[in-house]
Ligand binder design. Structure first.
Ligand code: UDP
Ligand code: MG
Length: 332
């Protein structure tokens, strides 16, 4: 048999201090300026010790050829081309899987998140010994009222229904430590809501306020349909509350049906009910409530099954003091 061809490796042999991961969908018009600004920001902070990972998420414009041109002229740049459009969160996951830096900056391609903030974010990270510095949007420029209103509502509803404290008004723009990223990558779920997953991971996470700029060029790639899908991934990924609501509704209906049964019985006893009404009503009410309750119970089990099936790690260890004699599971 032929010896196996060596697998091409994308990552450099020595891991850089900083990786900057940027998912791109139809961003050809932004890429040159993006590359210049991100490179300058990285250089100002870590000198030559950085890599830029661009992910082409099945763009329909010539983003990929621009990336190829840029990577030919810059040894810091790695570009990967996904087979088709997989969506922002999966494109980002691909980049995060591939990057090798000790610190990782996630940033959008459209320059709405200024790369020049890197220095300050990094200073915050080191000063506060944080694992994650997440950028919180103080103001959003050049976005429609509708987008701002839906985003504001989304973050607040999410905060109410989820068990994980997911910071409000926070996108994916953030600086992370390697151990926080490795922990994030150990979550195996398919439907990924990355900002929630980072929050779930824990460790020390600190906010960093900034003003969100306008898009450099092009248009948002998050139309309403994609926003709704992201919202569903967020709620269902971090909460089984909707299933719980079904069982609560079932219980409430059972209570109401007991009252109705009394009312029906009074009608029957007083002889004011039309013949057949009593039995029909009884059957309706009792079966309706019972069905809702049983459905809710199934929902409760389904919810647990769902959580189990994600096979997330049960816990993540941040620090250990003193000698560890047992097996340090999932230790960092
Ligand atoms: N993006 C992507 N795949 C998609 C949609 C968006 O990789 O299917 C990228 C996009 O290129 C940008 C980031 O995700 O870097 C955020 O998208 P966008 O700026 O359109 O969203 P908005 O800022 O309007 O919420
Ligand atoms: Mg944008």
């Amino acid at each position: 048999m032929h010896p196996r061809a060596p697998t091409p490796t994308l990552s450099p042999t020595v891991a850089p201090t900083l990786s900057i991961v940027i998912p791109c969908y139809n961003e050809a018009a932004c890429l040159d300026v993006l590359h210049a600004r991100v490179s300058a920001a990285a250089r100002a902070v870590v000198g030559e010790d950085y890599e830029i990972v661009l992910i082409n998420d099945g763009s329909r414009d010539d983003s990929w050829s621009v990336m190829q041109r840029l990577s030919a002229g810059d040894p810091h740049l790695v570009a990967i081309n996904l087979s088709r459009n997989h969506g922002h969160q999966l494109a980002l996951t691909a980049g995060l899987d591939l990057c090798s830096g000790a610190e990782i900056l996630i940033i959008d391609a459209d320059l709405q998140d200024p790369p020049e903030l890197l220095g300050e974010m990094r200073a915050t990270m080191h000063a506060q010994a944080a694992d994650v510095v997440y950028a919180v949007r103080r103001r959003r420029e050049g976005e429609t009222l509708f987008k701002k209103a839906t985003a504001a509502a989304f973050y607040r509803v999410l905060d109410r229904v989820t068990d994980t404290a997911i910071p409000v008004d926070t996108g994916d723009f953030r600086l992370m430590s390697r151990r926080a990223l490795d922990a994030l990558l150990s979550l195996p779920e398919q439907a990924r809501f990355i900002r929630g997953m980072v929050a779930w991971v824990g460790f020390r996470q600190v906010p960093f306020a900034y003003d969100r700029a306008e898009r450099h060029a092009g248009e948002t790639n998050y139309p309403l349909a994609k926003m709704i899908r992201l919202a569903f991934d967020a709620v269902t990924g971090f909460s089984t509350a909707p299933l719980r609501w079904a069982s609560h509704l079932g219980l409430a209906l059972t209570g109401v049906s007991l009252l109705l049964i009394v009312y029906i019985a009074i009608g029957w006893l007083s002889g004011s009910a039309v013949a057949g009404w009593t039995s029909t009503m009884l059957v309706n009410v009792v079966i309706g409530a019972a069905q809702m309750f049983v459905l809710g119970m199934i929902g409760e089990y389904l919810g647990r099954l769902y959580i189990e099936s994600k096979r997330r790690p049960l816990y993540l260890v941040a620090d250990v003091a003193g000698p560890v004699r047992g097996r340090a599971t999932l230790g960092f």
